[in-house]
Write a protein that binds this ligand. Structure first.
Ligand SMILES: [Zn+2]
Length: 445
């Protein structure tokens, strides 16, 4: 099974792509329109630079080559939602060319990423249709992947990771998922491909592709042939239906767009610094600090600022110890720490440096970090922890068989944890009790 996706991402610009109409906030249909985005004779497009800037950022995220100079083309076709009867798009010089994206170790080739305008939106009404041109000339980037995706679930996973990365690079609004439309191309071994157009939402992409995989397999098994066609996905009935025979790219006429001329992309690109995507950050941390791939991803996925804290510490102390403190006390106190990280970063650094210089031992360092994160008095915490240790030791003394049971299975610790939780009447957090019990039992076996 081969799957390739064409992902249309609506760009969060303030105004439309080739006119000054606002890009958001219309309260009703056909409110944000002007002669330009209505394609009136005599109007000329003028390019919104903001769209080019975002296009370059996305192209870089996808590790694409960005051209120095780009042109737009007119893609000519007739449809009521396209009032000029041609769509301004990039054909020969897309903003991003031949990139790649890694989903774990799986490489997904990016054929291209190009800028284009959206047509209006049309909905059926009785025998006719209603057209809303608010969407006309809204900026899009279309990301086209190679047919490297091997299952509907992988397609969903890829889109999820990609969207997450895109959100870090550009400020895509939270409802971005719905403003992302995907054309899904799927073919079974050696057979023609079908394209399911305009699917919105990750779940629907997986469902539409699964439906197609089953349908196509059935057709082939019963001796039929898959014909190349465009299909629609019906969200309510959860099926795809034939729309029209697929138009080949050659069926469209493209001519250069003379009104916009050559775009000096390099000049714009040289002024942009791109934020690092979480995925690229994980890959870099792994390489630069020699940490395990899975752990690097885990830290970045928990929070980019936790990953930044790791990096900050790894520059002051050894990466190995920085990782130990991050995955230990810092990670368990992260909920509390996250909102205060800017004020507390230096304090945390000071504590771990003391351990690095052998001024305090590991238990002491761990205790001080916890106290500092939760804003508690370390002496008090020490006393509490000693009290807790005493309670646990007493429970073990009274139930000595736990030690031999614990050797066979970790689960034996639960007996002691249960007793201590009950006796202490909830004055210790369960995670503290679990940690201390395991530490003490491990020291006994
Ligand atoms: Zn307009």
């Amino acid at each position: 099974m081969k799957i390739g996706l064409e992902i249309h991402v609506q760009l969060p610009t303030r105004s439309k792509m080739f006119c000054s109409c606002p890009a958001t906030g219309a309260s009703g249909p056909n409110e944000h329109i002007c002669p330009g985005c209505m394609g009136m004779p005599g109007t000329r497009p003028s390019l919104n630079k903001e769209a080019v800037v975002i296009g370059i950022k996305l192209a870089r995220l996808l590790n694409c080559t960005v051209p120095d100079v780009a042109w737009f083309s007119r893609k000519i076709y007739f449809y009521p939602d396209l009032c000029r009867h041609y769509q301004i798009t990039q054909y020969e010089t897309p903003i991003g060319n031949a990139g790649e994206y890694y989903l774990d170790k799986k490489r997904i080739g990016i054929t291209r990423a190009h800028l284009e305008e959206d047509p209006g939106s049309m909905k059926k009404s009785g025998d006719g249709a209603l057209i809303d041109y608010n969407r006309s000339v809204m900026p899009l980037v279309e990301i086209v992947t190679d047919p490297d995706i091997s299952s509907p679930a992988e397609a969903r996973e890829f889109l999820k990771a990609l969207l997450n990365d895109i959100r870090h690079v550009v400020d895509l609004p939270d409802d971005g998922e719905r403003s992302i439309r995907v054309d899904c191309n799927i073919s079974m071994a050696g057979s023609e491909r079908c394209e399911v157009k305009n699917v919105t939402g990750l779940k629907n992409v997986e469902r539409a592709l699964t439906f197609e995989a089953v349908r196509q397999t059935k057709v082939i098994k019963s001796g039929g042939k898959i014909s190349r066609e465009t299909r629609h996905y019906d969200e309510e009935r959860k099926v795809t239906t034939a729309a029209r025979k697929k138009a080949f790219e050659g069926d469209y006429a493209y001519i250069g767009e003379p009104d916009l001329g050559a775009i000096n992309v390099k000049k714009i690109a040289d002024t942009i610094t791109t934020k690092e995507s979480p995925l690229n950050m994980a890959i870099r941390l792994q390489k630069e600090y020699g940490i395990d791939e899975k752990i690097a991803k885990q830290i970045v996925n928990t929070s980019v600022s936790m990953a930044a804290l790791f990096e900050h510490l790894a520059r002051k102390i050894s990466a190995k110890n920085a990782l130990m403190w991050i995955t230990g006390p810092i990670s368990s106190g992260w909920k509390t720490l996250e909102s205060q990280i800017n004020e507390k970063r230096d304090g945390i650094t000071d504590i771990v440096i003391q351990y690095e210089k052998d001024e305090i031992n590991r238990t002491e360092c761990s205790m001080r970090l916890k106290a500092f994160i939760f804003g508690e008095d370390p002496e008090n915490m020490k006393k509490n922890s000693a009290d807790l240790d005493a309670l646990i030791k007493k429970a073990i003394d009274e139930n000595p068989s736990v030690i031999s049971d614990y050797k066979k299975s970790d689960k034996a610790a639960n007996r002691i944890i249960g007793i201590v939780m009950k006796e202490s009447g909830g004055s210790y957090s369960s995670s503290d009790v679990v940690e201390a019990t395991k530490r003490i039992l491990n020291g006994m076996i």
